[in-house]
Write a protein that binds this ligand. Structure first.
Ligand code: C2E
Ligand code: CA
Ligand code: CA
Length: 401
């Protein structure tokens, strides 16, 4: 974060800020040193050097400063603005945000003769969100032991023949009092608490165990053999042991490696690149396909395609859903499909919600379709009924034989 912040250079004996000046920034000392002089008689109360921080109260509110800060030698400071900190806070974990909020309010009422109630109202949304996050974090640890996780499957349909070629496995949490919780709400918690390893192992185990039943509904389409796709988080892929665990899991269920696909997001890949790339190389050498999820939304796009054994691009639903309304999204989708084709990589378009979008993507040369138009994610037991209905409606091709 510090690398992106502005630097300011000060000569020796220069006042960075004076007493009674309100400010909106704190400063970190990158080189040089400063002295801090306190009111009322400008007595030196501290000398601060490289790595230290001053003026941090200005990050909380607009109260006048209670000290003067002056450089002792030529000094470079990194400026941290209140607005920037507020933006970071907005994006942070709701529990951290709520705890900070409580601490700040206590600090303000202690440090001000007229506590400023309006500066940060006690956001009731934040509080509700924080309390829910705390409850979910506490309960997630038991979700597996109490059998509360469920794996849903969303069908994947080939464009050329409308065959059911596979499924994406998507986890759900049936909470005993809060009802069904969607993964966007608890995968992040699982990652932050380290539970993701146990959760991910359960997902893989469940998907592989369900495959024999699911597979019988699928039919290959040309070069697309049936498969089930599983999402893996960065933490799981940062562990070399996962390769052997997957290999023996497949062997124990007589599942062929090319019937399993691993989905990872572009943001995942920046984290622990060396280990992740080793794990992916080894999985790929076993014959497991690697799909790059949410293509176009991350940072690593083309570099990832060049250096990792990616064999499938999943085009993010945000682009797919705008192919008619945004020329840019249309061009991005078309370019992604063409790029994948020229690299010999298959494409899956997610978020298809109507026949018109399906046809547009078909004309662009996409391989596999996924979206509410065909089906929402469902329990394995619901697949047979859904397929019968979809064949009846003409959305999917009848199974051969
Ligand atoms: P994702 O991998 O991008 O999964 C696709 C998400 O889009 C799913 O949401 C799916 O229900 C939704 N979706 C599919 N078709 C449509 C459509 O036509 N319209 C719209 N509006 N949405 C559609 P879901 O199941 O809530 O999953 C959210 C995310 O949670 C997934 O995004 C994935 O990143 C993560 N996730 C789910 N299961 C797992 C898991 O087992 N492990 C890990 N690590 N992450 C998971
Ligand atoms: Ca996915
Ligand atoms: Ca996706």
């Amino acid at each position: 974060m510090m690398d992106q912040l502005p630097r300011e250079h000060f000569p020796a004996a220069c006042t960075v800020f004076g007493i009674d000046e309100p400010g909106d920034s704190a400063y970190a000392i990158e080189s040089g040193s400063v002295e801090v002089l306190a009111a009322p008689d400008q007595q030196r109360v501290a000398i601060l050097g490289v790595g230290e921080l001053f003026g941090e109260v200005a990050l909380l509110d607009h109260l006048p400063r209670t000290a003067t800060v002056r450089t002792l030698e030529p000094t470079t400071l990194v400026r941290i603005e209140r607005q920037h900190v507020n933006e970071l806070l907005k994006r942070s974990d709701p529990v951290i945000r709520h705890l900070l909020e409580l601490l700040l309010r206590r600090f303000r009422s202690k440090n001000s003769e007229h506590p400023d109630e309006s500066s940060t109202p006690a956001g009731s949304d934040d509080r509700t969100c924080a309390l829910r996050t705390l409850a979910l974090t506490r309960d997630l640890a038991h979700a597996l032991d109490f059998d509360q996780l469920e794996l849903y499957y969303q069908p994947l349909i080939s464009f050329s023949r409308r065959n059911l070629v596979g499924f994406e496995a998507l986890v759900r949490w049936r909470h005993p009092t809060l009802g069904m919780i969607m993964p966007l709400e608890f995968i992040g918690l699982a990652e932050r608490t380290g539970l993701i390893h146990k959760l991910g192992a359960w997902v893989l185990q469940r998907a592989v165990a369900d495959w024999a039943g699911l597979r019988q509904h699928c039919q290959p389409d040309g070069g697309l053999p049936p498969f089930v796709s599983v999402n893996l988080s960065a933490d799981e892929l940062g562990d070399l042991g996962i390769v052997e665990r997957i290999r023996s899991l497949l062997a124990s269920h007589a599942m062929r490696p090319h019937e399993l696909k691993i989905e990872l997001t572009e943001t995942v890949i920046i984290e622990d690149r060396n280990t992740i790339s080793q794990v992916l190389e080894q999985l790929s050498a076993l014959g497991i396909a690697i799909a790059l999820d949410d293509f176009g939304t991350g940072y690593a796009g083309l570099e990832t395609l060049k250096s990792l054994p990616i064999s499938c691009l999943k085009i993010d639903k945000n682009f797919v859903q705008e192919i008619d309304s945004s020329l840019r999204s249309h061009e991005i989708v078309l370019t992604a499909i063409q790029l994948a084709a020229s690299l010999g990589i298959s494409t899956i378009a997610e978020g298809i919600e109507d026949e018109a979008t399906f046809r547009r993507l078909d004309a662009m040369g996409c391989d596999v379709a996924q979206g509410y138009y065909f089906a929402r994610p469902m329990p394995a037991a619901a697949v047979a009924g859904w397929l019968k209905q979809s064949i009846h409606e003409g959305k999917c091709a009848a199974a051969a034989g």
